[in-house]
Design a protein around this ligand. Structure first.
Ligand SMILES: [Zn+2]
Length: 226
């Protein structure tokens, strides 16, 4: 079985993209792409945490990262690739579709867009915490939501360390990231549509396990594109 399906997971900050990819990706023959895992730490360090850059990464680096990532997964027993918060621009849609056509020409690309209203998003951003000790981020900017301890929701349930807000969830950064998403999503949708790729929508206010239950059948339908 070769790589059959690539699922870009899109949506505004704090809508639950990482949580969903963690739940769906935790299975044999699946793999999750996170752009920041695929680029050199010095590139990340240069772009981290400033409202002006917001982690923007240059086209050549993204293109190279995509190709080497896809070449890596097609050599392994991976059927489904989930892409956490990628592509982030219309330009990256083209890079992705070209890279898939090149490295895994039989694979389908089926994006999924999560949506929730702004009040839900603000609440989620306020509630989520990360663990600096469990997630060794190259620029100390962990992203993966941590499970808090049952006894103290500011302590990591796994290692006991003090949890922190995500750096990008600070109100000013969150607002800037949300604005950037709002200004780019229409172009991202249009770029997929122009290439004959439909985007599925998912109501992200649903409980997490319900959302996972809705998406699972899509990941398991393995019929190759005709
Ligand atoms: Zn921890």
């Amino acid at each position: 079985m070769a790589l059959a399906l690539v699922v870009p997971i899109l949506g505004p900050p704090a809508v639950g993209k990482t949580t969903l990819t963690l739940a769906l990706g935790n299975r044999a023959r699946r793999h999750t792409f996170r752009l920041r895992d695929q680029v050199p730490a010095d590139v990340l360090a240069a772009t981290a945490g400033t409202a002006a850059h917001l982690g923007w990464i240059g086209t050549d680096i993204v293109d190279q990262a995509l190709h080497s990532y896809l070449d890596f997964v097609v050599q392994r027993d991976v059927d489904v690739v989930l892409m956490d918060n990628f592509p982030g621009s219309a330009g990256q849609v083209s890079l992705l579709l070209e890279a898939v056509a090149h490295s895994a020409p039989m694979a389908r690309v089926e994006p999924l867009e999560l949506h929730a209203d702004s009040k839900v998003l603000r609440n989620r951003a306020r509630q989520r915490r990360v663990c600096q000790r469990c997630e060794k981020d190259p620029v100390a900017d962990p992203r993966i939501p941590a499970k808090p301890s049952l006894f103290d929701d500011w302590l990591c349930g796994k290692c006991g360390a003090l949890l922190h807000f995500r750096r990008g969830d600070a109100p000013r950064l969150l607002e800037a990231r949300t604005k950037r998403f709002d200004s780019s999503i229409d172009k991202i949708r249009a770029a997929f549509t122009a290439n004959g790729v439909d985007i599925a929508l998912l109501d992200a206010t649903l409980p997490a396990d319900h959302a996972v239950g809705l998406v699972e059948p899509m990941l398991n339908s393995r019929s190759p594109i005709s």
